[in-house]
Design a protein around this ligand. Structure first.
Ligand code: ATP
Length: 341
């Protein structure tokens, strides 16, 4: 296949379940190979339906969906789905099967169950090998979802679909799982398509974000940065939220950030340890205060602004890769660097 051609293409796709409004309305969308594409939007705007068009769980009423340039309607559904892993909101594990047998569900159907491969997958998704013989009910929600991810990867699919995979998981575990999935996608370089209604999750994970709006309309497809800085219309701007400007800073490198010498402010003395790592700020009253967040050289402007605003002296500490203080940054310098963009 031509490498420039999209992995998945929606061509003027509409889906009607027979209601007054279509669930998906005239959606055209290209999903590049190896991308992490996120479908995001409020409830009921056609995200899940769109995801299911890819593995043919739903058929278009109009238009077509192509995978590798081929209409997904062609050929048997089971062949199509062999190349597409699917992770659901509730992990959807088979309760009477052990973790290991759950992971091997799809390969076993094809007579290719391989226990060593299943153990490798457990390790890949961060599951302790000791859990292999447990049953789903003996796992936490987060562990079950990891099993769901391992199962989706078991047949070595080229595309992985995930439908709100983290929404039933508590926030701390969710952050862990999000990081793992991001790492997995980068490592495996597969095409991931995920549905969420959480814009922060979309911005965190997505390399491409498709925002769905009321009536199953595709309102915008963009990179996270474009979405935060150039929402296509009022609906997208409202959905993305009010602090989008601040979040967009997370994507802006700080190449042209003006910094100050460590002794720039006579009122405040930066304390450092023997290795030059910051240990706090001593004010003119002689009291030493804990420092704020540190800004590691090369990080985004968002981190630079955070360091400046959280510092008791009002000046953020810039550190090198070894954590040694090298300079200071004022909030005004961050704003100037933003303006220069
Ligand atoms: N099997 C179905 N039969 C009839 N109507 C359906 C069916 N599945 C979805 N719908 C309707 O289609 C519309 C889009 O639903 P869909 O589940 O795709 O939206 P969604 O954006 O994923 O929403 P949510 O975030 O709530 O899951 C909704 O109005 C829904 O009620």
């Amino acid at each position: 296949m031509n490498s420039a051609a999209p992995k998945i293409r929606f061509e003027n796709v509409s889906v009607s379940y027979g209601g007054a409004e279509p669930a998906v309305r005239n959606v055209s969308l290209d999903i590049p190979e190896g991308s992490f594409t996120v479908f995001v939007g409020p409830s009921g705007c056609g995200k899940t339906t769109s995801l299911r068009l890819i593995n043919r769980m739903v058929l278009p009423s109009e238009g077509r969906v192509l995978l590798n340039g081929r209409d997904v309607k062609e050929g048997p559904a089971h062949e199509l789905r062999r190349g597409i892993g699917y992770v659901m909101q509730s992990a959807g594990l088979l309760p009477h099967r052990t973790v290991l047998r759950n992971i091997m569900t799809v390969p076993a159907l094809e007579g290719r169950a391989d226990k060593n491969r299943a153990m490798e997958l457990m390790e890949l998704v961060g599951l302790d090998a000791g859990l292999a013989k447990r049953y789903p009910a003996e796992l936490s929600g987060g562990q079950q979802q990891r099993v769901g991810v391992a199962r989706a990867l078991a047949a070595d699919p080229e595309v992985v679909l995930m439908d709100e995979p983290f929404s039933a998981i508590d926030p701390v575990v969710r952050a862990d799982l999000q990081r793992e999935v991001l790492r997995l996608q980068r490592e495996l370089k597969k095409t991931f398509v995920m549905v969420t209604h959480d814009i922060d999750e979309a911005v965190l994970l997505g390399t491409r974000i498709a925002v769905f709006g009321p009536g199953g309309r595709l309102a915008q497809t963009a990179t996270p940065y474009e979405l935060l800085t150039q929402p296509a219309d009022d609906f997208v701007a409202g959905f993305v939220g009010r602090d989008r400007g601040f979040r967009a800073l997370g994507y802006v490198g700080a190449e042209r950030l003006d910094t100050l010498p460590l002794a720039a402010d006579p009122e405040w003395v930066l304390q450092v340890d023997d290795d030059g790592r910051p240990r706090g700020w001593t004010g003119s009253d002689g009291v030493t205060h804990a420092g704020g967040t540190l800004y590691v050289q090369g990080d985004s402007l968002r981190q630079a602004l955070d360091a400046a605003l959280s510092s008791p002296s009002g000046l953020g500490v810039v550190v090198d890769a070894q954590g040694r203080a090298v300079s200071l940054v004022a909030p005004s310098a961050v704003l100037a660097a933003m303006d220069a963009k």
